[in-house]
Design a protein around this ligand. Structure first.
Ligand code: HEM
Length: 420
């Protein structure tokens, strides 16, 4: 195994020499709970699927439905929950609230159905538990020898038992929503029609592929954006000057009446919030939601750093470390400084994806990047404009050991409604 934080090496394995560095033969097994689409595939199989999936993300339906979905989840999910926390003076876990927000929004994109996990009282949610157990199971499979976790799977014990149960839960929920949608299409937000016959044309089982597409969207669209927004809030709330600047930018650029409660969801409006955008990128630089990625070589090779690579060698780009390298970001690399992303002309400075790796890099770069950023901006602006959020004193903020960078103890906050 070779760990790297070198942008030239990252570019080599993820872009210029992409075909020699697939995720590797064990990927299907590691990610099997999320089905046989995208995350778990490689090479030709992946290339064909990715082409079809790109069609959904580029489709104008996606552009039209994204703001509608964000509006629905903010207005009918997020606001009632935050209002209750505010009115009753409760302590809330912002990480949990954000996770539910992302789950419901992604579920609407994937199935047309509002899963409704974000509602007053935050009742236990089997999909959230399933996503948590699967991610934990995937981490265990990465760490322990295959023979060990396979034995546990066979015996039905430990993390493997939970992973299998969670896998069944996701399969059944995906199937349930797809059936409901077929039987009562009028009850569903139509969203994107991804039931593409093209999948059948590349040899995928049409009934299984729908479940797998739903599962891979739930996986891709829930945990990474919720990690990004949770760390964003922690950094912003710890830096009141940044919070004030974001609030000022909203008031200066978007039509808001004093004391008026507003949902921000229109992409044209949100795109005016350059400082907010920069703050989100800066948070993901320091806390990339996927803190490491991995590739496995097919043939031997020499890396730009001069290191020799043998066939079947695992190369692990350390995204977390790359966000904190002086050689990439300069002497102030450890400072939280959204301004570094803004040019003199007031625009976002583009940084190549082999240096800013939060969305991965090369042909496998996240297809949900634009959708994710708009959703993050909508949620962040709507919360910051309408509520005063305060982190509980002495609340410990520590990352978990996981394939996703979550907070081990959540983010405990109190909330005050600014328009009440
Ligand atoms: C802040 C938001 C997001 C971040 C930081 C992020 C990050 C990433 C990263 C690092 C990968 C590469 C993972 C790997 O190769 O193992 C990825 C892939 C992917 N993401 Fe995102 N993502 C975000 C939002 C979304 C959203 C909202 C969706 C969909 C609704 C989505 C769907 C996907 C899919 C389908 C892939 C697999 C692509 C492939 O293997 O070809 N992502 N994302």
């Amino acid at each position: 195994m070779l760990l790297t934080s070198d942008p030239a090496t990252l570019h080599h394995i993820m872009s210029s020499n992409f075909s020699n560095y697939p995720k590797g033969p064990d990927t299907k097994l590691l990610f099997e709970a999320y089905g046989e689409i995208l995350f778990a595939t490689d090479l030709e199989e992946w290339r064909k699927q990715r082409k079809i999936v790109h069609g959904f993300f580029d489709h104008h339906e996606m552009r039209i439905s994204t703001p509608k979905i964000n509006h629905e989840i903010i207005q009918n999910g997020l606001f009632p929950v935050l209002d209750q926390v505010s009115e009753q003076g409760l302590v809330a876990d912002l990480q949990e609230i954000i996770k539910r927000f992302m789950l419901d929004a992604t579920c609407m994109i994937a199935t047309g159905y509002n899963h409704g996990s974000l509602r007053v009282g935050l009742p236990e949610d089997r999909v959230l538990t399933a996503l948590h157990d699967i991610n934990h199971g995937i981490l265990i499979r990465h760490i322990f020898p295959e023979r060990l976790w396979k034995a546990k799977k066979w015996l039905g014990i430990g993390a493997e038992k939970k992973l299998c149960q969670a896998w069944e839960t996701l399969d059944s929920i995906a199937l349930e929503y797809l059936h409901k949608r077929k039987e009562n299409p009028e009850l569903f937000f139509q969203g994107i029609n991804y039931f593409s016959p093209e999948f059948e044309a590349i040899g995928l089982n049409p009934s299984k592929v729908m479940i797998d597409v739903v599962k891979s969207l739930l996986f891709g669209g829930t945990d990474t954006p919720s990690s990004a927004l949770t760390w964003f809030f922690w950094l912003v709330l710890e830096n009141p000057k940044v919070e004030l600047k974001i609030r000022g930018e909203i008031e200066a650029n978007l039509s808001t009446e004093k004391g008026e409660k507003r949902v921000f969801f229109d992409p044209d409006e949100l795109n005016k919030l350059v400082y907010l955008h920069a703050t989100l990128l800066e948070s993901m630089r320091l806390y990339p939601p996927a803190p490491f990625q991995s590739r496995t070589s097919i043939e031997s090779d020499i890396l730009p750093s001069g290191h020799r690579v043998n066939p079947m060698m695992k190369i692990v780009p350390c995204c977390y470390a790359m966000g904190r390298m002086e050689s990439i970001w300069g002497e102030d690399c450890l400072e939280f400084k959204p301004e570094r992303w803004i040019s003199e002309k007031g625009r976002i400075i583009p940084v190549p994806s082999n240096k800013f790796v939060a969305f991965s890099s090369g042909p496998r770069i996240c297809p949900g990047k634009e959708l994710g950023l708009i959703r993050l901006k909508a949620a962040a602006a709507s919360i910051i404009h309408n509520y005063q959020v305060e982190i509980l004193k002495n609340h410990p903020v520590i990352p978990t050991t996981s394939i996703i960078l979550n907070m081990k103890h959540g983010l405990k906050v109190r909330v005050t409604n600014r328009s009440a």
